[in-house]
Design a protein around this ligand. Structure first.
Ligand code: GCV
Length: 991
């Protein structure tokens, strides 16, 4: 747990164990029954995990809101035993020893006064915490009424953070490692740890993918702010201390007297968790709502207007955090209208805020979106540095320049913004996106911590010295007092981020802002333990692997080699649309033409952007030979035949990365399937459905980009895949009734650029259909056998089309998915890669010469637009999860690897591993039985070895079920029974 800096060195001889003393039993604590949106639905679930047993008597020394919250949170963890007298009835002798005594919570000053013998450090800083286990001679059993746990904060918020750290402790400890040093101490790396929400007063959220706003509705602050308080609790649990609640494309009316009163309610709702309210302001507000003629930052009347407005805000919200500003950007007004600089605008606001302790987060996202596309020297990437570097040193002390992590705009992969090295006398904060605008909009699994970590660790080599970005923004490199990280979260009413796994990004953001030295893997593990399953080694390793592979996979099938996300940049920012980046002034250019691709950003021949980095870094990017492959096309325009460091040509890499990325997305489905039965079933199903969708959409991306570059370059794929789709039957080649052939825009978003649209439906004559239908029919000319059929269609809104699979003109409405409705919520009302979606029908028996058809009933704008069907032998379909005949969980470390490696050994085999659920200790001697699914008598049995392993070899291809059972005893009074029904069964497929 490296984020905790031990103070043990200060107090030799005081190293003790904490957890052993307080973890006296495995106890299931029932959670709070919650129907409203609560933080417990994210990672603050104090259920079914080892609770931290502090002494049950919890005493706050102060009576501040924050200390009360801290007490409440500790008690939540204790559930039904909170507040009870551990020496009373219902507690065993062991529990009395462990949970008697006192837990004391307070600021360092309060602790010093109340407990002079407790060695609380004198130099605890703001938000810092210190946790101390008092002297007790029996560290294993505890000392009953003499137990003492002290949680001290450098300030009140520090006490709250200390409590959350203690509660997180079981998840942050290494598996099997229960000893920790005492006392613990930890301080945040940077003071500004904010989230931004791009919520509009009408309740919509710009780039939000989880429903409507928790803050606003119909132009006003919502009446029910309970979710806001819960959100603040979630934020506080990972150390986030500020929340800017309104869109940076700001609504000036929020600053009027009526709205300020409403906003004060939001501040009240977040205050108990130490999260301070901030607001985005429109720099033109004095003109728009203050009836001044100007908003010129140097005009005295404008200055007075802001001072008065800020005073009014602080009268209502005394702990108001400050303003965020987007100006002179994407149509927002700014100081340039008056020939003034961002420093003039920022200082205007900063001066008004300074007397109250508020700050200005001025965004460096300032650029001209009417650039001349034909100008080879024009470059949006240069804008932030060109504008802000000359202003270094001109900003007031309470201004922080908020810099997006890359020079463009949250693309799948960008280099680090050079501006981080270009401001030595200015406070800086790094802005990242938690909401996945360009990274799959939460429908795709993309764990962003590895991307952020790459930026944080990037060494700018300022003056030839080690200067990682994390130290610059923490203020240490250039001795700046204020700095930090801001994450654009855009949470909504749909389970915060819509997708359960996307919450790992919110968690990771907070943890990295507190301690950027944490690794993405560590953070993932903590989050999985707290959210999905506590300390189950199989679950942890499976989900961690998926999370860690998710960003590289997404990058591979969207925009590899630094081409940015090849998405519809003038539309939804979701599906593929390669040319939308070109021929316009937005400057997200990749300059693909028939000979080559990439932006020349070199100093020698290009836009000169590479020269904005300090010399050692600039030198690397200036030459294609030294630029890392992953960013090559961001810095260089090269022919398609250019050879990468990997040895592949650029074009071959484009083809292969898309196939590999899509295959990885399909693998996620299989990886996740191994967890069925081991984790919460609704969670399992929700994520499974999302992953299946993603695997299908990754194919849309793959095919769009591969066919686009294949056509543009004319260079064949060395592996023969581009342009060849085994088993694919195009809709435009089918016998059509009612359907009309259409061109899809952009062409690459449909197979062959065309689809069929049900514009003239015929009279219904099919079961299941209620309205007129269209049909597309093909003759099957392949071999007789069992096939899986993928149907690729466009799910348009508004409307819910119905589809049916017909064979030889007949429709079977069985459980195999031959009838389905197009009811997904996807962007764009027209057929597009945004809404191209894949439906799988498994195990269809086809005979040579038969017909198969899709019959479709359109509904309003959803014209049941069909792209193609793909028929793949059921046994060989790489995009299908094996349809397991039994659905129990499993205890095998990595079942997929069996499928990958069995050919290299004598015969197919199944092997696995069993471990104790919570700490991962291998279990020797378990009985492992191998069954044919459905059979009660095992085919064979074995026992686990001393590493907990087992192996069955020489198996014929087929489906098997494994059951492992046993009783494990260790310690004096701790017995863990593996639950054979829930945890120790396995279904695998050997092919
Ligand atoms: C809030 C991108 C997004 C915009 C966003 C802008 C910003 O361009 O697409 O929706 O505006 O970034 O960060 O200000």
């Amino acid at each position: 747990m490296p984020q905790i800096t031990s103070a043990a060195a200060e107090r030799p001889g005081k190293v003790k164990t904490l957890l052993r003393k307080f973890v006296v039993a495995f106890l299931l604590i029932s959670g709070l029954a919650a129907s409203a949106q609560t933080a417990d639905q994210a990672w603050l679930k104090y259920v079914k995990r080892i609770p931290v047993f502090t002494p049950l008597a919890v005493h706050p020394l102060g009576n501040s809101l924050l200390e009360q919250s801290a007490v409440k949170e500790l008690n939540r963890n204790l559930g039904s035993i909170a507040g009870r007298d551990a020496s009373g009835p219902g507690f065993s002798a062991r529990a009395r020893m462990g949970m008697g005594g006192q837990t004391i919570i307070g600021t360092a000053d309060e602790i010093r006064k109340a407990l002079p013998d407790v060695p609380v450090p004198r130099d605890l800083g703001p938000d810092e915490y210190w946790i101390y286990i008092g002297p007790c001679s029996d560290h294993f059993n505890g000392c009953g009424e003499h137990n003492l746990v002290v949680i001290a904060g450098g300030d009140e918020r520090g006490t709250l953070y200390g409590v959350f750290a203690l509660l997180r402790f079981p998840a942050t400890a290494e598996i099997g490692e229960l000893h920790r040093e005492n006392p613990w101490r930890s301080r945040p790396a940077m003071p500004i740890r904010w989230v931004d929400e791009w919520d509009n007063p009408d309740g919509s959220i710009e780039r939000g993918y989880a429903g409507r706003s928790i803050f606003f509705e119909g132009g006003n602050v919502r009446v029910d702010l309970a979710p806001v308080t819960e959100y603040a609790r979630l934020l506080a649990s990972v150390g986030i201390n500020g929340c800017n609640v309104n869109n940076v494309n700001a609504a000036p009316q929020l600053l009027d007297a009526n709205h300020l009163k409403q906003l004060a309610r939001i501040a009240d709702a977040m205050r108990p968790w130490g999260v301070h309210l901030a607001l985005s302001v429109d720099i033109a507000s004095p003109q728009k709502i203050g009836s001044l003629k100007t908003y010129d930052p140097l005009d005295p009347a404008v200055r007075t207007w802001w001072k008065t407005k800020v005073n009014e805000i602080y009268a209502l919200i005394p702990d108001f955090a400050g303003f965020t500003v987007k100006a002179d950007s994407e149509g927002q007004p700014g100081p340039s209208s008056y020939g003034r600089t961002p420093a003039d605008a920022a200082n205007l606001l900063a001066n008004a805020l300074a007397p109250h302790g508020g700050v200005v987060l001025y965004r460096a996202f300032v650029y001209n979106h009417h650039l001349d596309w034909r100008d080879p020297k024009a470059d949006r990437a240069r804008a932030a540095y060109d504008i802000f570097h000359p202003l270094d040193g001109k900003f007031a002390a309470n201004v922080i320049i908020q810099i997006k992590e890359g020079p463009i705009d949250f693309q799948a992969h960008e280099p680090v913004s050079p501006l981080f090295a270009g401001l030595r006398q200015t406070n800086q904060a790094m802005e990242v996106q938690i909401t996945q605008e360009y990274t799959g909009q939460q429908r795709h699994l993309v764990y962003l911590a590895p991307m952020w970590k790459q930026v944080l660790d990037f060494d700018m080599r300022v003056d030839g010295q080690s200067t990682p970005v994390k130290e610059i923004i923490a203020g240490t490199s250039f001795h700046r007092p204020r700095g930090g990280m801001v994450g654009v979260a855009n949470v909504g009413r749909d389970a915060w981020l819509g997708s359960p796994l996307a919450l790992a990004n919110l968690y990771a953001f907070g943890r990295l802002a507190w301690n950027p030295d944490l690794t993405p893997e560590q953070i993932a593990d903590e989050w999985i333990w707290q959210t999905i399953k506590f300390r189950d080694p199989v679950v942890v390793s499976t989900v961690e692997k998926m999370l860690m592979q998710s960003w590289p996979a997404y990058e591979s099938y969207t925009g590899p080699l630094g081409m940015q996300t090849l998405t519809d940049i003038t539309g939804s920012h979701y599906g593929p649309n390669i040319e939308s980046s070109e021929n316009n002034g937005w400057g997200q250019w990749h300059r693909a033409d028939k000979d080559g691709v990439g932006m020349d950003r070199t100093v020698a021949t290009g836009t000169g952007f590479a020269g904005q980095y300090p010399p050692q870094v600039a030198m690397i990017y200036e030459s294609a030979a030294t630029t890392p492959d992953e960013l090559l096309l961001f810095f260089h325009h090269v022919p398609y035949t250019y050879r990468l460091h990997s040895g592949k040509t650029v074009i071959q890499h484009i083809y292969e990365s898309h196939y590999e990325g899509a295959a990885q997305a399909a693998q996620f489905v299989r990886d996740w399937a191994t967890l069925e039965g081991s984790i919460d079933q609704p969670l399992y199903e929700q994520v499974r459905d999302r992953l299946r969708y993603q695997a299908g959409h990754a194919i849309v991306w793959r095919d769009a980009i591969v066919q686009y570059f294949f056509k543009l370059s004319g260079i064949p794929d060395e592996q023969g895949r581009a342009g060849h789709y085994p088993g694919r039957l195009e809709a435009e080649d089918a016998r059509l009734t009612g359907y009309k052939i259409i061109d899809v825009t952009p062409w690459e978003d449909a197979s062959g650029g065309k689809a069929v649209s049900c514009d003239d439906p015929q009279i219904p004559n099919r079961k299941g259909a209620t309205k007129p239908i269209c049909t597309a029919e093909w003759k099957w000319t392949g071999e007789e056998g069992m096939y899986n059929i993928a149907v690729q269609y466009f799910d348009l809104h508004p409307g819910t089309a119905k589809f049916f699979l017909a064979q030889n003109g007949r429709i079977e409405l069985g459980p195999l998915g031959q009838m389905w409705t197009a009811d997904a919520e996807l962007p764009s009302p027209q057929p597009h890669g945004d809404n191209s979606i894949r439906h799988l029908i498994r195990n269809v028996w086809l005979t040579a010469g038969q017909t198969m058809g899709i019959e479709a009933e359109p509904d309003r704008n959803d014209r049941a637009v069909l792209d193609y069907i793909e028929v793949v032998p059921a046994k060989r379909d790489p995009y299908l999860v094996p349809d397991l005949p039994c659905s129990e969980g499993q205890q095998v470390q990595d079942p997929v690897s069996h499928q990958e490696t069995y050919e290299e050994i004598a015969g197919p085999e199944l092997a696995g591993w069993a471990g104790e659920t919570n700490v991962g200790t291998p279990i020797e001697g378990m009985l492992v039985e191998l069954f044919h699914p459905g059979d009660k008598t095992p085919i064979t049995t074995t026992h686990t070895n001393e590493e907990g392993g087992f192996r069955f070899t020489g198996l014929a291809p087929g489906h098997y079920r494994i059951k492992a059972s046993g009783v494990v005893e260790y310690g004096v009074d701790e017995i863990v029974r593996l639950d054979p029904a829930a945890k120790a069964q396995l279904c695998l497929v050997v092919e």
